[in-house]
Design a protein around this ligand. Structure first.
Ligand SMILES: NC(=O)c1ccc[n+]([C@@H]2O[C@H](COP(=O)([O-])OP(=O)(O)OC[C@H]3O[C@@H](n4cnc5c(N)ncnc54)[C@H](OP(=O)(O)O)[C@@H]3O)[C@@H](O)[C@H]2O)c1
Length: 270
């Protein structure tokens, strides 16, 4: 989704600094940008590394002189139950999805605050609103991102900085493959542990939902563009139809009803 956002914004003539830790992905984006003659350059950035974040933000400010929009997009997803997810993976899950966002946001806030202008986009998730079984760790980070966005909105609004939460549902991207790789150490537990039935039900339901989702990374990029360009942005934007439905269902239905729907949706209960 980061690639789709970077390309769409560059095509709309924004000067884009697309940051990531993968040299291969950066080279591919540089190649497309050069081919299409887009105002896009890539920057090395690992959101889990203080030094890397400092260097990247400094470099962008040096080159551009100012920073109008920050999009916090990097994320990983571990699939494991609360009991199974190992402590080191809880830390990794939060280090990327939550502390990474805090780290990059803190690095750009002084600049935006002094300028009295800026927009911070946080790529949250429908998992920031509701929680699926076997996704407790991922969902906890996205709930934390929602709280971060709420606090930033209240703290930074008077400095002219707007904060926007983007809440996509299932979209086919690299995250499904990356999640499979992160789940490898849990293979044995997933197949034969006490939660085997739950994992099987969750994985097949999540796979079907991702495969049948008609929403693309480019659709998400268009929502982000709208959030960036509209004069008065909303606090949060749902991206897929499911995300918009969940937002209302959560407001209108009791926890008991939501739990039953979730158990049915993820095939844990008929
Ligand atoms: N796809 C969905 O269904 C969905 C739904 C709701 C929300 N989201 C959210 O959307 C965002 C983008 O995810 P995606 O679906 O586009 O998945 P993706 O294709 O796996 O992209 C995630 C990107 O984050 C990067 N990343 C991971 N750790 C990083 C780090 N420490 N420093 C810098 N970059 C790092 C990854 O780069 P590497 O190659 O270096 O790992 C990857 O390019 C995530 O925050 C995700 O939680 C996705």
């Amino acid at each position: 989704m980061g690639k789709a956002m970077a390309l769409l914004l560059a095509e709309r003539d924004y000067r884009v600094f697309a940051a990531g830790r993968s040299a291969q992905k950066r080279a591919e984006l540089d190649r497309i940008a050069a081919q299409k003659n887009l105002p896009l350059e890539t920057v090395e950035l690992d959101v889990c590394d203080d030094g890397s974040v400092e260097r990247a933000v400094e470099m962008v400010l040096q080159k551009s002189g100012s920073l109008d929009v920050l999009i916090n997009n990097a994320g990983v997803a571990y699939v494991a139950t609360i009991e199974d997810l190992r402590m080191e993976d809880w830390h990794r899950q939060f280090e990327t999805n939550f502390f990474g966002v805090v780290r990059v946001t803190q690095a750009v806030l002084p600049h935006m605050r002094e300028r009295g202008k800026g927009r911070i986009v946080l790529i949250s998730s429908v998992a920031g609103l509701i929680t699926a079984p076997a996704q407790g760790g991922y969902s906890a980070t996205k709930h934390a991102v929602e709280a971060l966005g709420n606090a930033l909105r209240l703290e930074m609004g008077s400095f002219g900085i707007q904060t926007i939460l983007i809440e996509p549902g299932f979209i086919m991207t690299g995250i499904q493959q990356a999640a499979q790789e992160l789940a490898r150490p849990y293979d044995h537990k997933i197949r034969t542990g006490p939660y085997a039935r739950l994992y099987a039900a969750f994985l097949s339901s999540a796979q079907n939902a991702s495969a049948s989702s008609k929403t693309t990374p480019e659709d998400c990029a268009r929502v982000v563009l709208e959030a960036i360009e509209t004069p008065i942005p909303k606090a949060r934007y749902g991206v897929t139809p499911m995300a918009r439905y969940v937002k209302w269902a959560k407001r209108l239905l009791s926890d008991g009803v939501m739990d039953r729907m979730s158990l049915r949706r993820f095939g844990v209960r008929d």
